[in-house]
Design a protein around this ligand. Structure first.
Ligand SMILES: [Zn+2]
Length: 283
């Protein structure tokens, strides 16, 4: 500390913390509809994401995708795009401001400005028992970013090509046919599926700890529009020790896509673009 605190420093620090957004004004979550959706849905697609690699998958509006841990504990870095406009993508910063540092059933994955609408809603999570631990850690982090080769080069001075950023870039390049140097600009901050993270209580540094995920654990999302998903099976494995190298034990992740019945989706409609007029005071 180099600056003298003012005489009323303690009083200033004691100002009440208030939740920054009126989250009670978010559109209500229709849990009864989600129960009908889950009861009626039938599988239409499945894909196995190889360890230290990523795959893309398409999900139509109203369909459900499920990510399941198989074989061993493994975290996944999830990217989500509007399939018809890749500039609209998951907005992790706003999502954690609205729902907290870690997401669970009933929370939505919001899209980037200027669209800012739900991409998907989490409708089921077998890790909902975890809550927050004594270190302040929780699962399904929306505060971290994807592991990436640039940070790794900065910190460790080596090029490693199987960080989640690179895995997602390769998968998206395969999907779109666009060169990797162009398409990597569409890869964005992730939902760290199954990852257990938080900020240290003393220095507020980002930490990770062994994921509590066990084979069979899964999390399900209902698509609020036509989506393209990208999922990387992180080279960190369960993220109990290292990432950005080939040291950790890594396992595949299983993605399934389901179609709910027509009746279950009655009254449901895809999300619509944000109502803000975009004139920013110049209109
Ligand atoms: Zn990763």
């Amino acid at each position: 500390m180099t600056h003298e605190p003012p005489p009323d420093a303690e009083a200033r620090k004691a100002a009440p913390a208030i939740v920054a957004y009126a989250v009670e004004n978010l559109p209500p979550v229709d849990t009864a509809m989600h129960a009908r959706v889950r009861e009626s849905m039938t599988k239409v697609d499945e894909i196995l994401v190889a360890p230290r690699d990523a795959s893309t998958f398409e999900v139509d509006a109203g369909q459900v995708f499920r990510i399941t841990s198989v074989e061993g504990p493994q975290v996944g870095d999830l990217n989500v795009w509007n399939r018809h406009d890749l500039t609209e993508r998951f907005f992790s910063g706003k999502t954690h401001q609205l729902h907290g540092t870690h997401v669970d059933a009933g929370d939505r994955l919001w899209s980037s400005i200027p669209h800012m609408r739900p991409l998907a809603t989490i409708i089921h999570d077998t890790l909902d028992w975890y809550g927050y631990d004594d270190d302040g850690g929780g699962v399904h982090d929306v505060i971290g970013t994807r592991c990436d080769p640039y940070t790794n080069a900065t910190l460790n001075g080596v090029d490693y090509h199987h960080c989640c950023h690179s895995n997602l870039s390769r998968a998206l390049s395969n999907y779109t046919g666009q060169p990797i140097a162009e398409i990597e600009l569409y890869v964005h901050d992730v939902m760290n599926v199954f990852m257990c993270t938080g900020f240290t209580l003393d220095t507020h540094e980002y930490f990770m700890k062994a994921s509590p995920v066990r084979p069979g654990d899964h999390v399900e999302f209902m698509a609020e529009m036509d989506l393209l998903g990208g999922l990387s099976a992180c080279p960190g494995g369960d993220c109990s020790s290292t990432h950005s190298d080939d040291e950790a034990m890594c396992y595949p992740l299983f993605v399934e896509v389901f179609q709910p019945s027509h009746e279950a989706l009655e009254g449901w409609a895809p999300s619509t673009v944000n109502t803000y007029d975009r004139t920013h005071g110049l209109g």
